[in-house]
Write a protein that binds this ligand. Structure first.
Ligand SMILES: Cc1cc2nc3c(=O)[nH]c(=O)nc-3n(C[C@H](O)[C@H](O)[C@H](O)COP(=O)(O)OP(=O)(O)OC[C@H]3O[C@@H](n4cnc5c(N)ncnc54)[C@H](O)[C@@H]3O)c2cc1C
Length: 448
């Protein structure tokens, strides 16, 4: 039983965002989350074997009355909580009903800790540690969210795309080191106090603003888009808020970007879209504290749709880094949304102005039912070290993987991938078939 307590306790602690293991092992919450899931499966199996074993013994000894009292009652509660946690955590259910999963997971975890505590006196010490850490983690996250609050201007760029921009909070948490590609858990109290959703910050850690790009889906993001559409106005942004937020209109943007080529912003090319100002709370930043891709000679970025919010800030950071060891970057992105495609094309164009020695090979795949050629002002671009190609249709990953691995022979190479679960599965399958035992390839897969 002590083993079970230990597994439960360690499993729970490893999923807390503010936990001592992450600090001790200098690893990220995302990696510990993997261990958390594996340990939880062991805890479930141990718990079931232990519980069913004791029920079996009571039945075999013909002492059925024991089954209706004492430790058995708390035992049933433990099994119930564990089974509910296990079923609601199944990938398909968790993804389809994320909000329900979130609430159930926390309520059942609290119920589980209390039941184990009551079940056995030996467990009390483990559970006290768990409850204290759990309360500390939740408390710190709430405190951080309140300290990290900021007034954001939220633009409904298109029906399927939201852009958020607000002054970077002055709190300690944003002053601690964080790197390009980090994410925050965002809460908008005027929409709901209880909804926390992860979004990647597309802005640079050194900038004065926090920017995010959000694809409109069916839950919280749809409500946010609806709210901006209903309550927002175009006029308000252009005449009142523009000055306050430091946003640039399209006409002054080109002038400004000529003066400061590297300080590009994600703000909409045209501000002529509905926008609304809202208070946003942010728990984070989460993710690595440095951009580790700067250490690799060859880097391949593969992303789809809004997954570019992870790969593009990292790409920009490498290009602007003075100490990067990177020689060549291959950047591949596929996208169906026209508004996102146009916005990203305009941002990628800006990279041409950076006088970096790194060879940058960018290919954007437009995967809508019509050709990218039908979109005005979108075309192939190149200069000394820079290629920006446009293609219709989905990318064939091995077309990018094989040349990258061949060029990187004997040198360090990394691949960063971000997109939907099916996109990542597809990439992984291709990587497995292309990579040989002699290839030294660092791989990172980020699911959105
Ligand atoms: C680390 C990370 C960074 C992300 N960065 C971005 C980004 O920059 N831009 C962007 O558009 N999207 C990003 N996402 C995805 C984004 O969090 C979800 O699309 C968003 O929470 C969906 O909200 P919804 O209620 O409208 O979704 P729904 O339509 O209800 O669900 C759509 C999908 O989102 C998932 N989801 C819903 N709520 C959450 C949640 N709280 N946490 C994790 N997944 C959830 C569900 O599993 C489901 O598959 C990121 C996700 C992660 C994990």
């Amino acid at each position: 039983m002590a083993t079970y307590h230990n597994i439960c306790a360690t499993g729970l602690r490893r999923n807390l965002k503010n936990n001592p293991f992450a600090l001790m092992l200098l690893t990220s919450h995302e990696k510990l989350n993997y261990i958390h899931r594996r340990l939880s499966i062991f805890a479930l199996l141990f718990g079931l074997i232990h519980g069913i074993g004791y029920i079996g013994i009571a039945v075999a000894d013909n002492v059925h009355y024991r089954l209706a009292g004492g430790m058995y009652l708390t035992g049933y509660a433990i099994i119930t909580f564990t089974v509910v946690i296990a079923i609601s955590s199944i990938s398909f259910i968790r993804k389809k009903y994320y909000e329900w999963f979130f609430v159930l997971h926390h309520l059942c975890s609290i119920g589980l800790l209390c039941s184990i505590w009551l079940h056995s006196q030996n467990a009390a010490v483990y559970m006290k540690v768990c409850v204290s850490l759990y309360a500390f983690d939740r408390g710190l996250r709430m405190l951080r969210s309140f300290l990290n609050s900021s007034k954001f201007q939220i633009f409904l760029w298109d029906d399927d795309l939201i852009y958020l921009r607000g002054p970077k909070p002055k709190s300690l948490f944003f002053s601690l080191p964080w790197a390009a590609g980090n994410h925050v858990y965002l809460n908008i109290p005027s929409l709901s106090y209880w909804q926390l959703h992860p979004f990647t910050m597309v802005s640079s850690p050194t900038g004065d603003y926090v920017e995010m790009m959000i694809a409109v889906r069916t839950g919280f993001t749809k409500r946010l888009a609806g709210h901006v559409k209903k309550s927002g106005s175009v006029k308000q942004v252009l005449h009142e808020e523009e000055g306050k937020l430091g946003l640039e209109s399209s006409s002054c943007k080109s002038e400004h970007s000529e003066k400061q080529p590297s300080s590009w912003s994600w703000s909409p090319i045209s501000l002529d879209v509905p926008s609304h100002q809202m208070t946003v709370l942010m728990d984070g930043p989460y993710g690595p504290t440095t951009n580790l891709y700067n250490n690799y000679s060859y880097v391949l970025f593969l992303s789809s749709g809004v997954g570019i919010t992870y790969t593009l800030p990292i790409l920009k950071d490498i290009i602007q880094s003075k100490s990067s060891k990177t020689k060549k970057i291959t950047f591949v992105w596929s996208c169906r949304s026209k508004s996102l495609f146009v916005a990203i094309f305009n941002l990628l164009k800006e990279l041409m102005k950076d006088e970096s020695q790194i060879q940058l090979d960018i290919t954007c795949h437009f995967t809508n039912s019509y050709s990218y050629k039908e979109i005005p002002d979108i075309q192939f671009l190149s200069n000394k070290n820079f290629y920006l190609r446009l293609l219709d249709g989905r990318p064939l990953f091995d077309h990018y993987l094989k040349p990258c691995l061949e060029e990187a022979q004997g040198q360090t190479a990394a691949i960063a991938t971000c997109g939907s679960e099916s996109f990542l599965k597809h990439v992984k399958k291709n990587v497995t078939s292309c990579v040989t035992t002699s290839d030294d390839l660092f791989q990172h897969y980020e699911e959105m």
